[in-house]
Design a protein around this ligand. Structure first.
Ligand SMILES: Nc1ncnc2c1ncn2[C@@H]1O[C@H](COP(=O)(O)OP(=O)(O)OP(=O)(O)O)[C@@H](O)[C@H]1O
Ligand SMILES: [Mg+2]
Length: 447
């Protein structure tokens, strides 16, 4: 079935161009120029996605966004904003926008973004991923629906040349995602070059990235290619990109725009064909607002954003990952370890993993190395016998019925929030009657 997109844009040329391009791509587009009319259409029809101008006469884009999300809770909302209005873009993201694009943007960026976002719709992955259990995508192991969506997005965007920004807390797997993007792309037979930006002092980093001629500075005893040249026809992964200094940021912006640069100490312009993937654990918008990252560079980096959820928000992944790491560390030691005791499973599930998958991996490695048993128990994860990690309940974790109740409570809250508290709508979304919803809310003390 054709996917339906609502486009609200008052600027006629952009509206017509986008309508044509989206229609050609196979979408059914409902294009509207006026905010008030858009509000009416949102009440009457449903959509898979919307593309909303943030600044409109009469009704502003944020109001439209809220109304769109209330009527289409699982609909995708992409805001279009003018350059230099990052505050409003941040406000839109807080209000539930899926992403935003800064005008003027190449239509291809929009098409790649929509393709990625719409292919992750709940119908496609969701339940399927849940039902088929543990999955593998590149080096990524997962069982959660959230990671299923991330992997779908990676698969879709890998096919394009769009610049990719990977966000996520420490240890969530950003580097593995960067590798997956490269190895799923047409560039896989060319190099993937990684640069740990935070680890290299600024003056060196410039030479590292762009290379230098012989004698360009003290110590430059021979000419040297930079990482951009080495990554030609492949991908360059800039890790911790928020830590780049101003000089490198300026030069990087130019490569992204013009695909060319000069080595330090040289006037010769070098052309490169490189796909840039960058990652950071910081909120890049905050870095822009604080003046540490150039706004124009930020927009160039974030064409497609892949956000990795923290491990505590995808607990379904904890046990499959733990088992994967047991196998990984057991083998070289020649130990026979059959798995985790039920208490150990509960223990792992209840902990909040601030260091995410990396912390889990380290915990399993230590347990596997030190244990003398063939089943890992909670004691193996706290060998000194006392140190339960912070936030860890001391007794056994929740019983199954309490855990289900807690999950139900959180889900109901989430759905209610997404429909702006409208009970009727929430009941529809949940597929239950209003009466059942009311009973549940009472039972779960959400009334
Ligand atoms: N889904 C996963 N499946 C298997 N291993 C994973 C997964 N996610 C992360 N890991 C492992 O966890 C460790 C941390 O992952 P990675 O280095 O990609 O995290 P990161 O987000 O780059 O962290 P940081 O911000 O600290 O650099 C690695 O050893 C990686 O192999
Ligand atoms: Mg990393």
């Amino acid at each position: 079935m054709q996917q339906r997109i609502l486009l609200v844009e008052d600027e006629p040329i952009l509206r017509v161009t986008l309508t044509n391009d989206l229609t050609e791509e196979g979408y059914q587009v409902i294009a509207i120029s006026d905010g008030a009319e858009a509000l009416r259409v949102i009440q009457e029809q449903t959509f898979d996605a919307s593309l909303l101008d943030l600044r409109l006469p009469k009704v502003d884009g944020l109001t439209l966004l809220q109304s769109f999300k209330a009527s289409n809770p699982s609909g995708i909302a992409v805001m279009m904003t003018a350059y230099g209005t990052i505050q409003s873009a941040v406000a839109a993201m807080k209000a539930g926008a899926t992403d935003y694009l800064v005008k003027p943007f190449p239509t291809d960026d929009l098409l790649v973004l929509l393709r990625g976002l719409l292919s992750q719709g709940p119908g496609k992955t969701g339940e399927e991923a849940g039902r088929s259990g543990v999955q593998k995508f590149g080096e990524l192991i997962y069982a959660s629906e959230k990671m299923g969506r991330v992997c779908n997005l990676i698969a879709t965007v890998a096919r394009s040349d769009a610049t990719i920004l990977i966000l996520g807390e420490t240890g969530t797997g950003k580097e593995l995602v960067a590798r997956a993007v490269h190895y799923q792309s047409e560039r896989r037979n060319f190099p993937l070059i990684t640069v740990a930006c935070a680890a290299i002092p600024e003056p060196l980093l410039e030479a590292e990235l762009f290379g230098h001629e012989k004698g360009a500075f003290t110590g430059a005893i021979r000419e040297r290619k930079g990482r951009f040249e080495l990554a030609h026809r492949g991908s360059l992964f800039l890790d911790e990109v928020a830590d780049l200094g101003p000089a490198v940021q300026a030069k990087l912006l130019r490569v992204l725009q013009e695909k060319e640069f000069e080595r330090i100490g040289s006037a010769r312009t070098i052309k490169v064909d490189v796909r840039l993937i960058s990652a950071t654990r910081k909120r890049l918008e905050d870095e822009v607002l604080a003046g540490r990252v150039r706004e124009d560079l930020f927009y160039r980096l974030k064409v497609i954003t892949i956000t990795l959820p923290p491990l505590r928000e995808r607990t379904e992944d904890i046990l499959p990952l733990a088992e994967h790491f047991i196998e990984k560390y057991r083998r070289p030691l020649g130990k026979e370890i059959r798995g985790l005791s039920p208490e150990a499973c509960r223990w792992l599930l209840a902990y909040h993993w601030p260091g995410n998958v990396r912390e889990l991996e380290a915990a399993v490695q230590q347990a596997v190395t030190l244990t003398k048993k063939d089943v890992l128990t909670p004691e193996d994860f706290s060998p000194d016998g006392v140190a339960m990690p912070p936030g860890q309940p001391s007794g056994p974790a929740l019983s199954l019925s309490d855990a289900i109740r807690e999950a139900e409570r959180r889900y109901l809250q989430e759905v209610l929030r997404s429909v702006g508290g409208q009970r009727k709508r929430a009941a529809e979304v949940l597929g239950i009657s209003r009466k059942t919803l009311w009973k549940k809310l009472k039972l779960l003390a959400l009334e």
